[in-house]
Design a protein. Structure first.
Length: 522
């Protein structure tokens, strides 16, 4: 029978050999590294030395390159404030390379003029993480090829290029402030919950001034009317303005060391998640909460071209400001204010096929407005022309029948034509009586068309657009070419009376107004 004394002796022998084997293995790793993780490697450009071992703050390396070489998978390389001018290469390792915030010294800066600040081209994956750095004055901030690292809470400013990804790379990029990068912020990749010059690609992005404190003198803290750190005097002060990047990061990310109040949401930029993160702003009490649960869901694809937008109102909201816009590659996103309404449904009219649209609902009550989340969806292919019979024209609208202008209310039969081109024979006149919203479409010719509701017009590009999607500058098709719109104006009072539409045998269109604008039949 084994005794307690024997068991203890055997255990001691096993521990000895385990330690011996580990010590021997530690000498075999590449790049001067170790086989057993120390967990943390320290780098300090100001006080470190590359002849140190890097295992404590007091024995820190001087360069990030040396720290990465000494590290093994699973380590975190902690980088103290200073300017680092050597190119960072993760060497294919699954490491966290993280900047450390330290009092008035601030946060580390990666500055490698005329070259890359950081490169990933050794197959790095999501466990290769770069965070909490200012990256400035480089040819390119971050170059990625055949790799998919995680990049978060960086401030990327004053570079020629921001981040470029190629060769099948799929980096996870979030909570980053891009500012004043000369040629581009991103190429071959997308960011989310970040400040960009073009916010139309990616979820949760914004494109407005981040309101740095003093970027000309290297202070990239964010302004806050509730408090932000002032490194020059090592105190917290109040600003009159507040950065839109506060509480703007990924809502699923932890706030980490951000001081309270932090809105329970991480800030964008290098200081996000650190003890020097600017405080969440004061805001009026009693504001409504954000609208949520959009339909179509955020990011949906193959959405029907005739979709009706729906959402669940935020608590305490009395009305909703609706914003809607179309993403155009290479151009900044421009959301159009579609109006304030009490209902939680919005009809954008017939949409274009295979197109990405963006929308936002700002919730409003007597205490003010709560800005909503930017949602997007992409339509599917066009499988059919827009539906007929949705709305009509007022009685005084002229249409072309048998080569002459006739009031739509007096049409009985005849051919729809203007000049030599014929569109078919009038088969039926549809008539409705009631109260209708009415719009006047003023054309460049000076002629105007009165529309009851949301009729469809054929544009110069060959797409059918609903009235609500028409705006100044849109060009409408006619049999002889196209004509631009000067304005689309809603009449202050509803139209009461009869409205009309035509059904054309063998066609889907007829001609309206002196300019012979092509519209959809019912």
């Amino acid at each position: 029978m084994a005794t307690k004394s024997n068991v203890m002796k055997i255990a001691a022998i096993l521990i000895f050999f385990a330690v011996f084997a580990g010590s021997a293995t530690a000498q075999e790793s590449g790049f001067g590294g170790r086989a057993i993780a120390w967990d943390y490697i320290y780098v300090d450009a100001v006080h470190g030395n590359d002849n140190n071992e890097g295992s404590t703050p007091g024995t820190a390396f001087a360069t990030i390159r040396k720290g990465i070489e000494a590290a093994v998978d699973g380590d975190t390389v902690l980088v103290y404030p200073g300017i680092y001018q050597d190119e960072i290469n993760f060497l294919g390792k699954a490491l966290v390379v993280q900047g450390v915030v330290l009092g008035a010294a601030g946060i580390p800066v990666l500055e490698n003029p005329d070259d890359y600040a950081v490169s990933f081209y050794n197959g790095e994956g999501p466990d290769s993480v770069l965070k909490n750095f200012i990256i400035k004055n480089n040819f390119m901030a971050i170059f990625i090829a055949g790799s998919s690292p995680t990049l978060s809470n960086l401030t990327i400013v004053d570079n020629l290029f921001g981040i470029e990804a190629s060769d099948g790379s799929d980096p996870d990029i979030s909570n980053i402030i891009f500012w004043n990068n000369i040629y581009s912020d991103l190429f071959g990749c997308q960011a989310q919950y970040s400040r960009l010059s073009d916010a139309s690609e990616g979820r949760g992005n914004i494109d407005i001034d981040p309101l740095f404190v003093d970027p000309d003198n290297g202070d990239y803290h964010l302004r806050s009317n509730r408090g932000r750190y002032w490194p020059e005097h090592d105190v917290w002060v109040l600003d009159r303005l507040t950065s839109p990047c506060l509480d703007g990061g990924d809502p699923n990310a932890e706030v980490l060391e951000e001081p309270i109040p932090n809105g329970n949401r991480i800030n964008m930029g290098a200081y996000g998640g650190t003890a020097q993160a600017s405080l969440s702003p004061y805001e009026p009490t009693g504001l409504p909460s954000q609208a949520f649960n959009p339909s179509p869901a955020d990011g949906d694809v193959e959405v029907d071209l005739n979709v009706i937008l729906r959402w669940i109102p935020g608590g305490n909201a009395s009305s909703h400001d609706v914003y809607f816009g179309r993403g155009i590659p290479g151009q900044p996103l421009a959301l159009v204010f579609m109006g304030n309404q009490t209902g939680n449904l919005f009809d954008p009219g017939m949409l274009a096929a295979n197109t990405t649209y963006f929308w936002r609902i700002d919730e409003v009550n007597a205490n003010g407005k709560r800005t909503g989340v930017l949602w997007k969806f992409t339509t599917g292919a066009s499988t059919a022309p827009p539906p007929k019979g949705r709305t009509c024209f007022v009685a005084e609208t002229d249409v072309w029948v048998d080569g002459a202008l006739v009031s739509i209310s007096k049409v009985a039969q005849g051919q729809i034509n203007c000049g030599e081109k014929s569109f078919g024979k009038v088969q039926e006149v549809q008539e409705h009586q009631g109260t209708f919203e009415c719009y006047d479409v003023l054309l460049k010719s000076g002629n105007s068309i009165g529309v009851a509701g949301n009729h469809y017009f054929l544009t110069e590009s060959g797409q059918w657009l609903a009235l609500r999607n028409l705006k100044a500058g849109t060009k409408l098709q006619t049999p002889k070419g196209s004509i631009g719109i000067t304005s689309v104006t809603k009449r202050p009072a509803p139209y009461i009376g009869n409205v009309y539409n035509l059904n054309i045998a063998g066609s889907d269109r007829y001609l309206v107004g002196k300019d012979a604008i092509i519209v959809r039949d019912y």
